[in-house]
Unconditional design. Structure first.
Ligand SMILES: O=C(O)c1ccccc1NCC(=O)[C@H](O)[C@H](O)COP(=O)(O)O
Length: 206
């Protein structure tokens, strides 16, 4: 599975974490987040895709950040409509639409987004729009009705390695394309722990 490391904030730390060659690095453009990115992204190896994370922003603002930071993936973490997704998909960017799960999930809400995004991302529903730091019950995904590849997110840390390796062998993970990590690998909001991430990456069998 692919790996996305989200909530990058500090240039030196970004360069350090990029040395692990994750598939995606995520930058949060949401000024209410402690991980809000207001810096310059240092040069990265070409194979690492830059993901811009937005919460209910105007399409115009997203376009501007895409251009400024050369983002190739847009993650929509709020209540964005299928039409917003369609407009953004008409650029070259890949669109990830996020849905938050508590104990149950009504998968019918995905239907209008099927044709206007490239991936879904399933996160844990909590007080914050993202970065809540705890997992949801992944067995909910046993009822995933789609064939669209999805990112698994929400509170994933070192202590989830065994569960992840087990999950990757289950039917529920059939369309799981990537794992998204964030707060469980931080020394402070936005500052990622290289050694912890190294250990995580080396122990994932999926
Ligand atoms: O992390 C944030 O501060 C954040 C704020 C607003 C919208 C999205 C945010 N994070 C986006 C992510 O993709 C996180 O990786 C995802 O929510 C999981 O975070 P965590 O539970 O800390 O692993």
């Amino acid at each position: 599975m692919k790996l996305k490391i989200c909530g990058m904030k500090y240039p030196e730390n970004i360069t350090e974490i990029a040395s692990l060659q994750p598939d995606y690095l995520g930058f949060i453009f949401h000024n209410e987040s402690l991980r809000d990115f207001d810096n310059v992204i240092p040069a990265l190896p070409e194979q690492i895709q830059k993901v811009g994370v937005f919460v209910d922003e105007k399409v115009e603002f997203i376009y501007n950040q895409m251009k400024k930071h050369n983002l190739s993936v847009i993650q929509l973490h709020g209540h964005e409509s299928p039409e917003d997704c369609r407009l953004l998909q008409s650029t070259k960017a890949k669109i990830v639409k996020v849905f938050s799960i508590k104990d149950t999930f009504d998968f019918s809400v995905l239907a209008p987004y099927e044709s206007v995004c490239d991936y879904f991302l399933f996160d844990t529903k909590g007080k914050l729009p993202g970065g809540n730091g705890y997992t949801f019950d992944w067995s909910v995904l046993e009822n995933y009705p789609s064939t669209k590849p999805y990112f698994l997110s929400g509170g994933i840390g070192i202590n989830q390695i065994e569960n992840l390796n087990r999950f990757s062998e289950s039917e529920a993970s059939k369309y799981c394309y990537a794992i998204d990590v964030n707060s469980q690998f931080e020394m402070e909001p936005g500052l990622k722990d290289l050694e912890k991430l190294k250990e995580f990456k080396n122990n994932l069998s999926c």
